[in-house]
Design a binder for this molecule. Structure first.
Ligand code: HEM
Length: 277
């Protein structure tokens, strides 16, 4: 049961997070019933479900860093729930695409074969569905050591999801760039040797590295996809009006993550010292 902890006890924390996973879907349905989804409601639902799939995917990947950086072991119990939510939102996203195409499976299959961005989306979906099915305790026991290897596929799947996101975002890739920036931070953190993954000073350096990586990704995307000169994108990244570019938000977000991590560790030090004495 998603509201029970590892020892089988009822957990308010897990229950609240579990209910929270339904909020985006509930909000979208409410907007749908209120007629607030614009002229093409199914397309709007399709897009928003896609956005939430990527968000939950990134949150699933963020569990291990949250445990190390924030010294928060309890967060691990949320990983499976977040992973299952990712798979469910992905399935809803594709079901909406089927609905948009009047459930014409032959047409949809043809589009997936013909269009590169849909082929990538389909590959990601197959991977996420495999992880969703094998997320149970039974599959974990059956696959033994292979289970961990299989579930590491989440990293290449996240890269594919981000490519699909960029290709589907058309002109404005701001949200896709932001998601890629979060992934860049998560990737940099993973590349650190294990003993350094909980070093407060490094968190701030990682925030700067992720912000720079975000600028690089944005510049590269605009250069390759639209031919916009790199200098223009770099110049836009130095401006704060009318709105800072995603790299600035990434830097601010992960500096905040670093600050919270450092504060939590600093506050816990006397308790640890007392426990050891
Ligand atoms: C068979 C698999 C898939 C198909 C056929 C598909 C189809 C589509 C289509 C048609 C759109 C564009 C909607 C529009 O702007 O008119 C779209 C957008 C998107 N898809 Fe998928 N998709 C698939 C899988 C996935 C998966 C697995 C993910 C996430 C892991 C995903 C994430 C997104 C995102 C983030 C967008 C952009 C939403 C936005 O504009 O903000 N898709 N997809």
């Amino acid at each position: 049961m998603p509201w029970k902890d590892a020892a089988g006890r009822f957990s308010w924390f897990k229950l609240l997070v579990f209910l929270g996973l339904f909020l985006p879907a509930a909000w979208l349905l409410l907007r749908g019933f209120a007629g607030d989804l614009g002229g093409r409601p199914v397309t709007e639902l399709l897009r928003r479900c896609g956005d939430w799939t990527v968000r939950f995917l990134l949150l699933t990947l963020a569990v291990s860093p949250a445990r190390a950086v924030w010294d928060w072991p309890g967060v691990v119990q949320l990983r499976r729930m977040l992973g299952v939510a990712t798979g469910c939102y992905a399935l809803a996203h594709v079901s909406l695409y089927l609905a948009q195409q009047n459930f014409s499976l032959v047409f949809v299959a043809g589009e997936i074969v013909k269009r590169f961005y849909l082929t990538i989306g389909f590959t990601t979906l197959c991977g996420l569905t495999t992880l969703l099915i094998t997320s149970t305790d039974g599959w974990q026991r059956r696959l033994r050591g292979g289970w961990k290897k299989l579930h590491r596929l989440i990293f290449p799947l996240a890269v594919l999801a981000l490519i699909h996101y960029f290709l589907q975002s058309k002109i404005d890739v701001t949200n896709a760039v932001f998601a890629a920036g979060v992934f860049a931070w998560l990737g940099c953190w993973r590349l650190l040797p294990r003993r350094l993954q909980a070093q407060p000073l490094l968190f701030a350096a990682l925030a700067v590295a992720a912000a720079l990586a975000t600028v690089g990704i944005e510049t590269l995307w605009y250069a390759l996809a639209t031919g916009v000169p790199a200098m223009r994108v770099l110049a836009a990244n130095l401006q704060v009006t009318p709105w800072p570019r995603p790299a600035a938000w990434i830097g601010a977000l992960f500096l905040a993550v670093a600050l919270i991590g450092t504060t939590r560790r600093w506050r816990r030090r006397p308790r640890r010292a007392a426990a050891l004495a």
